[in-house]
Design a protein around this ligand. Sequence first.
Ligand code: CA
Length: 234
Amino acid sequence: MTLKVLLVEDDRDLRTMLRQALTLEGCEVLPAASLADAQALMAHAGTERPIEIALLDLGLPDGTGESLLGPLKLQPGTPVIVITAQQTEERKIRLLDAGADDYLVKPFSIGELLARMRVALRHRGTVMRSAITQYTAGELQIDVDARRVRRGDADVHLTPTEFKLLARLVRSAGQVVTQRQLLAAVWGNEHVDHTHYLRLYMGQLRAKLEANPANPRYLVTEPGVGYRLADPGD
Ligand code: CA
């Protein structure tokens, strides 16, 4: 991928390693070691070719990377992947709700990072054209417009609520969707605390879509945060 990447990371070894790995992939990497560095790069990058994706560490010497989420989002559609050593659930949820596209907990592999970057960029592309309505992964085929779900050669019959939940996950396929986002989309804003609805309906969906519902390959739990519609072949 030829991409302009803003890399905000104060750990020099990690920054160097990521910069080299991404450069090898053909990316143009703008490395920043602090919030101030990142802001300077963002101010300059805008004049020529804009930053196309940002990788954002949270613990920085002059503050938290979280404070860049707003300004980065002002460039419409710039995906942000948070890279963090901190893994409290509330923090992850807050970041996603604040507009981060995804997060990776250190340590992570370059392969994992590249896969997440591809998903985030695919979403930017598709979200700007139109919403994702068709999804194929492994033996699953989902057509949201036609309200049709197939597993292998068989049609799968879903209740309207099960279908709404699945359709919301398809819209963000490959990315984590918080419990709050799912509850709001399916049951409405007044039900965002009713996480037991989700557990119940996710169990039903898994029973219909997964070969082994106890060890799901498609409807993956992000513990304490939410769910991700995964492609087992990714
Ligand atoms: Ca750090």
